[in-house]
Write a protein that binds this ligand. Structure first.
Ligand code: NAP
Length: 247
């Protein structure tokens, strides 16, 4: 598999799925900007791992919920590593609760980070991609954006929003050689899902046709494919990586 040229910016790459995506894109030869919100040491560890394996990477703190920070993230990535060819919108948070108990701030925080963050980073990276007439934008949605999930109205709304956003922007920029796709993971073993009670985790596992939780690397390989030359004719799609959970 051959990645399209250019730097890869991966948001929320200090741990979990974003970390695996950063490592996979670096393994395939891309210089990688490892974005994080607060965990500087974890992000630096990802950078050190990439560097030790002979790749190029930098850690860049930026809150994707803030438009100016998303602009700075892309600006610093370009200044330090070169023009951005691949943007992976991965940063995300959960603030789960049943709707009647959901606080205004739980709704707003999740929408701002998970959906507005995708808007901010995509807008920041798109200008250069349009000029160079090449680029890949890949956003991490979730199968709950397709199926819904009790206790996650805020999160599912944001993830469904990513899907509508992806299809719209795919249509806007297709004529300029830029593809825009979403990956929809099911249940992936990370800190995000590790917070769930063991009984809930087990109930999920029993519903997964492939019989296991996904690993961050399962998602990373799908993202790398969409960022590759081989995926040049695929745009506006939502690729579920869920072991069959949403079937
Ligand atoms: P995670 O382990 O909780 O990691 C979240 C990452 O996002 C961290 O790197 C965190 O940085 C970063 N982040 C959070 N808020 C941010 C902000 N405002 N600006 C920049 N970075 C921010 O999550 P994960 O499980 O790997 O999930 C990654 C993505 O996949 C999310 O979009 C999530 O919704 C989606 N997803 C996950 C699953 C799953 O089963 N795990 C399923 C479907 C979809 P710090 O380390 O600095 O805090």
């Amino acid at each position: 598999m051959v990645l399209i040229p250019g730097t890869a910016v991966v948001t929320g790459a200090s741990r979990g799925i974003g970390r695996a995506i950063a490592l996979e894109l670096a393994r395939l030869g891309a210089p990688v900007a490892v974005n994080y919100a607060g965990r500087r040491e974890a992000a630096q560890e990802v950078v050190d791992l990439i560097t030790a394996r002979g790749g190029r990477a930098v850690a860049i703190q930026a809150d994707v919920a803030e438009p100016a920070e998303a602009q700075r993230l892309v600006g610093e990535a370009e200044a330090l590593l070169g023009p951005v060819g691949i943007l992976v919108n991965n940063a995300g948070i959960t603030r789960d609760n049943l709707l009647l108990r959901m606080k205004e701030e739980d709704w707003e925080d999740v929408l701002k980070t998970n959906l507005s963050g995708v808007f901010h980073c995509t807008q920041a990276a798109l200008r250069g991609m349009l000029k160079r007439r090449n680029g890949r934008i890949i956003s991490i949605a979730s199968i709950v954006g397709l199926t819904g999930n009790a206790g996650q109205a805020n999160y599912a709304a944001a993830k469904a929003g990513i899907i509508g956003f992806t299809k719209s922007v795919a249509k806007e920029v297709a004529s300029r050689g830029i593809t825009v796709n979403a990956v929809a993971p099911g249940f992936i073993a990370t800190e995000m899902t590790g917070k769930l009670p063991v009984e809930v985790q087990e109930a999920y596992r029993n519903r997964i046709p492939l019989g296991r939780f996904g690993e961050p690397e399962d998602v990373a390989r799908a993202v790398a494919f969409l960022a590759s030359e081989e995926a040049a004719y695929i745009t506006g799609q939502v690729l579920a990586v869920d072991g069959g959970l949403a079937l």
